[in-house]
Design a protein around this ligand. Structure first.
Ligand SMILES: Nc1ncnc2c1ncn2[C@@H]1O[C@H](COP(=O)(O)OP(=O)(O)OP(=O)(O)O)[C@@H](O)[C@H]1O
Length: 255
């Protein structure tokens, strides 16, 4: 993986606003009145236990799933009404739509055509994510980490001003994780909006500015990391937030 300075965003990111979001699957409320903002120039970490609605929030933001109530917007607009959304918002989702029979170069060519990105950018982004040597090998032969790198290449290809990354460090080796940390910090420093989910708190603490904690489909906390009390790290804050929420829920149930 190489320097990222040449491929950072050219314009300021869009603020991401989630307001009163609710989502019901069948008879189950997965999201309940979820509201928070991810601001430009900052990396916002979105964290919570498995199955608490992080990916669902992101899927609603990207118009892949409809909200039951509330809104999820970029600079006040829904994803579909942003001009050239595929170019403005870079996205990494699990199972990122990779085609096993294609090579990275071919998959990136398709994405470049879809987003109006010059083809000349492909070699740069392949180099950036460290896949140059395998750029013409079929994706079906790739390890999990190589697939993750390609997913990141697809997200970064159009030099988006806004990044939404679901578990970006998943499967990356230590060198890749260090590169990714630098990349996210660099993007935010250049004014991008960066929203990231992660379960790796020690890692998140190294690159996030703000954290939003969700539990049981509700927002439990939203804070700047530099506002945590002295001596309290993210892990301690996270566990105590979940503990307090669990105790409150038990009290409500018993009342
Ligand atoms: N299409 C669907 N139909 C029914 N239930 C769903 C659907 N998609 C997600 N869910 C449920 O919604 C809940 C939230 O899922 P989601 O994937 O958003 O959680 P998450 O916070 O991203 O979890 P993880 O940390 O494990 O990735 C889970 O209980 C999941 O089973």
């Amino acid at each position: 993986m190489t320097a990222y300075a040449d491929t950072a965003p050219g314009s300021t990111g869009l603020p991401i606003s989630i307001h009163g979001l609710g989502k019901r699957f069948g008879d189950r409320d997965v999201l309940n009145d979820v509201s928070f903002t991810a601001r430009p120039g900052r990396v916002t970490g979105y964290l919570g236990p498995n199955g608490t609605g992080k990916t669902t929030t992101i899927r609603i933001l990207l118009a892949l799933t409809a909200a039951t109530t509330g809104s999820a917007t970029f600079g006040g607009r829904s994803y579909r009404s942003i001009p050239r959304p595929g170019r403005t918002v870079g996205v990494l989702l699990e199972n990122a739509g990779l085609h096993p029979g294609l090579t990275p170069t071919k998959q990136l060519r398709i994405a470049a055509a879809a987003t109006g990105t010059p083809r000349s950018r492909i070699a740069d982004v392949v180099d950036e994510v460290g896949l140059t040597e395998v750029a013409n090998r079929k994706i079906k032969t790739f390890s999990q980490g190589m697939r993750q790198r390609l997913g990141l290449a697809l997200a970064l290809l159009p030099q988006p001003s806004t990044l939404i990354l679901d578990e970006p460090a998943s499967g990356l080796d230590p060198e890749g994780i260090i590169w990714m940390r630098g990349l996210l910090r660099d993007y935010a420093a250049r004014g991008a909006t960066v929203l990231v989910t992660s379960h790796v708190l020690a890692e998140l603490e190294r690159f996030a500015d703000d954290v939003v904690v969700i539990g049981g489909g509700r927002i439990l906390a939203h804070t700047a990391l530099d506002r945590l009390p002295d001596g309290v790290d993210l892990e301690t804050f996270y566990l105590s937030t979940l503990h307090t929420a669990g105790a409150a829920t038990r009290q409500e149930t018993q009342a």
